[in-house]
Write a protein that binds this ligand. Structure first.
Ligand SMILES: *Cc1c(COP(=O)(O)O)cnc(C)c1O
Length: 466
């Protein structure tokens, strides 16, 4: 399988090149040359596979000859061995026609573990084979960073740099990032928003000398490998639902950077019978607005009760755009230039019609998030994290019209204890797995929202090693 950039100037890369590069050289995102199509026979054959076996089948459709089957199998089995649930992504029933896919049984209690555990091992394996060192930088609204620190700590050949927005993440998220005590991990608190962190990362990638001098790589959901590994749990959810009349299933996805929702869309394109991917956002509703009006315009970021979704530039939207424009890379470049120069671009009506075939969207206010957390606690004694509550709230509008909806449970409520405790007025215990980190010494540097300190650090630790 080969990959090309959405902007058309960095093409014919294999899986390991795409894994290592993160962002394409022309500023675009890598997408596969074609999407493998699964017929009903294969879909049925896969029905009884374990999560790991399913992962092996799906990843190997996209990873070319990068790993042998035995290597990939080992990577997958090790990756999910630390999950606290046998099914990895168990599906529970919330109410009639409404199901909840729990994606928070990994080591850092958010769905980011699913992909990060796998790609850390993919990095380790491919770098050892080529005897290469790499510097990975990631911007995080909280959960990507904690999953990345957990997955990459102590991995040889890799240094990890994490940028999170200072005082805009939860206590547990911060502790998970700052207490690893790993030599190959450095964490920065940026005095700004997630979008500031993300633009520092983009600026660093635009610094061609730095990128090639230190082998700079990224593990945000701009990295195709993460999207790929997130496709798996859409299949897992489908197989856990029994007796479903095909074509009537939608997924409600709490959305920020559009990585998870885009993975759902790819699983639909592969042939999984999905009606719609429902994009559920908080007040930072750029995607809901573009789907409804065609205007893609970033606003300033609002702080909400669902901080992992406090994002205004949904990077992965560029991948969808590429599809919607029938792979017209010149047009993608033009629109993305408009976005960086004028702060917005507009989509034609016929494109919106196409979007509405695969997607629906809604934005949810904080007050409604709280009401939803309360409702499910009172009715069912189910405690939702604020992000998951947004997906669940939006799904309710759709089940009323007779659809079956799977809402993605993107994080464990304990990760956002402050908010959930305030909503429910009950105390949420810290899970045993996290107790230890609460006492540990934190290591983090607070920096202004520009690239200089980070670039300096990356160069310095690179020089120390070489
Ligand atoms: C990252 C995250 C999201 C948003 O996912 P995207 O792939 O960025 O759209 C939603 N909820 C939680 C808990 C997250 O960590």
């Amino acid at each position: 399988m080969l990959y090309h950039s959405t902007r058309g100037l960095d093409n014919s890369k294999n899986f390991s090149e795409v894994l290592h590069a993160g962002l394409a050289g022309d500023g675009g995102l890598f997408v596969p040359k074609f999407i493998p199509q699964l017929n009903l026979e294969i879909l049925n054959q896969w029905r009884h596979l374990s999560y790991e076996e399913l992962a092996l089948e799906i990843i190997s459709l996209f990873s070319g000859d990068c790993f042998s089957r035995a290597e990939l199998s080992e990577i997958v089995i090790e990756s999910y061995s630390g999950f606290h649930h046998e099914l990895k992504s168990p599906l529970i029933k919330l109410e009639d026609n409404h199901f909840f896919l729990e994606l928070f049984h990994g080591p850092t209690l958010a769905f980011k573990d699913f992909a990060m555990q796998v790609i850390a091992r993919m990095f380790a394996k491919t770098l050892q084979k080529r005897d290469l060192n790499i510097n990975i930088i990631t911007a995080t609204s909280g959960d990507t960073g904690s999953a990345a620190v957990e997955a990459f700590k102590g991995i040889s050949n890799v240094n990890l740099y994490v940028l999170y927005p200072h005082e805009r993440i939860s206590q547990i998220q911060r502790k998970q990032m700052t207490t690893s005590n790993a030599k190959n991990v450095k964490v920065f608190a940026v005095q700004g928003t997630f979008d500031d962190c993300q633009s520092i990362v983009k600026e660093l990638f635009a610094d061609k000398a730095l990128v090639s001098d230190v082998n700079l790589s990224g593990v945000n959901s701009i990295n195709w490998a993460r999207i790929l590994v997130q496709i798996i749990y859409y299949f897992s959810a489908f197989y856990q639902l029994k007796d479903l009349s095909a074509g009537n299933l939608s997924f409600s996805v709490p959305t920020g950077n559009f990585g998870d929702a885009y993975a759902g869309y790819i699983s639909k394109r592969m042939g999984l019978p999905i009606k719609k991917i429902i994009v559920a956002t908080n007040k930072n509703d750029i995607l809901d607005r573009v789907f409804k009006t065609g205007v893609y315009k970033s606003d300033s970021v609002s702080k909400t009760l669902s901080p992992s979704m406090d994002i205004q530039v949904a990077s992965n939207f560029e991948r969808l755009l590429f599809d919607l424009l029938n792979n017209d890379t010149k047009e993608v470049r033009r629109l993305m230039n408009n976005l960086s120069n004028k702060g917005h671009f507009n989509l034609e009506k016929k494109i919106l019609t196409r979007i509405s075939k695969d997607f629906a969207s809604r934005a949810v206010a904080d007050s409604d998030t709280i009401a939803t957390i309360n409702h499910f606690y009172n009715e069912r004694e189910i405690v939702l994290c604020p992000h998951s509550a947004i997906g669940v709230r939006v799904a309710k509008d759709f089940i009323e019209t007779g659809e079956t909806v799977v809402s993605l449970g993107t994080a464990h409520p304990a990760k956002f204890r402050e908010t959930v405790e305030r909503a429910l007025e009950v105390s949420i215990p810290i899970p045993p797995a996290l107790e230890a980190i609460m006492e540990k010494q934190e290591s983090v540097r607070v920096i202004p929202p520009n690239k200089h300190k980070v670039a300096e650090e990356i160069r310095k630790s690179f020089l120390e090693e070489n």
